[in-house]
Design a protein around this ligand. Structure first.
Ligand SMILES: C[S@@+](CC[C@H](N)C(=O)[O-])C[C@H]1O[C@@H](n2cnc3c(N)ncnc32)[C@H](O)[C@@H]1O
Length: 242
């Protein structure tokens, strides 16, 4: 472990002490959590030292890998909508257990490279294990800190960010860090829940709208190339340096 990675590891552990964790189950799950834990145990974006407390609980990773999700959000079609093609270097920022990371590696092919990055060590471990089991040699998985990714700048054709922006403490700082990773002509793809009621996903109040994404992107020195719905619940926004 490099000094930088060690630092990231430490920082993340401290973050995790500050953050209460919960998973993205059905809307009903969230309601139940909120009803039962009216304060901050599972409620989401409560302020602790100015930080959000909303973070996906690794205990619920099967929800991120289930067949139901594949039906609602076909993974390869989503990655293609983000413009990922063979030979690309892709950073899957907030990769979780690798729902998108492994298919991104298949899409980028032998001449491509995929970096899975996550703040939670449990996610890094499982994504690494799944990539190894799938025989993807061109995948690296790294642990990051909240607004710092331990990768050199200007390396990525695509930075793919699915269902992460709404969890970040400082969205403009997070997107600025994503922008740092882009090659000239590279793009960031954001996938998020529509900000409306309905399963599956976090409560409406925790979701970010496409307009919210555009505002944050603007603050981070990015411009919107395209915004489109992927289905009734999810949308994609493609961003490039302004
Ligand atoms: C809802 S999960 C989505 C995982 C994956 N992108 C997917 O769609 O299957 C959100 C992930 O983002 C990670 N995350 C949250 N904030 C992050 C940050 N600032 N930097 C990197 N990862 C972050 C969480 O640890 C979690 O694994």
């Amino acid at each position: 472990m490099t000094a930088e990675q060690h630092h990231s590891h430490q920082a993340t552990r401290q973050e995790r002490h500050r953050h209460e964790q919960h998973g993205h189950g059905s809307h009903q799950d969230h309601q139940d959590h909120q009803d039962q834990h009216a304060d901050h145990e599972h409620g989401g974006h409560h302020a602790h030292d100015g930080h959000r407390t909303h973070r996906f609980n690794p205990a619920n990773i099967q929800r991120l890998l289930g067949q139901e999700r594949q039906e609602l959000l076909p993974v390869t079609a989503t990655l293609q909508a983000a413009g990922i093609v063979p030979g690309h270097t892709v950073v899957d920022l907030g990769c979780g257990p690798g729902y998108f990371t492994l298919p991104a590696a298949a899409l980028a092919g032998d001449t491509g490279r995929v970096y899975g990055v996550d703040v939670q060590p449990e996610m890094v471990d499982i994504c690494l294990r799944r990539a190894a089991e799938a025989g993807h040699r061109q995948v690296d998985v790294l642990q990051s800190a909240e607004d710092h990714v331990p990768l050199a700048g200007s390396i990525a054709d695509r930075v793919f960010i699915a269902f992460v922006l709404h969890e970040t403490d400082n969205p403009p700082a997070f997107l600025r860090e994503a922008k740092r990773l882009l090659k000239a002509g590279g793009e960031i793809a954001i996938v998020e829940w529509q900000k409306k009621d309905g399963p599956p996903g976090p409560p409406t109040a925790h979701r970010v709208s496409p307009e919210d994404v555009a505002t944050v992107a603007n603050q981070a020195g990015l411009r919107v190339l395209e915004q489109r719905p992927l289905n009734d619940h999810h949308y994609l926004v493609r961003l490039a340096a302004a």
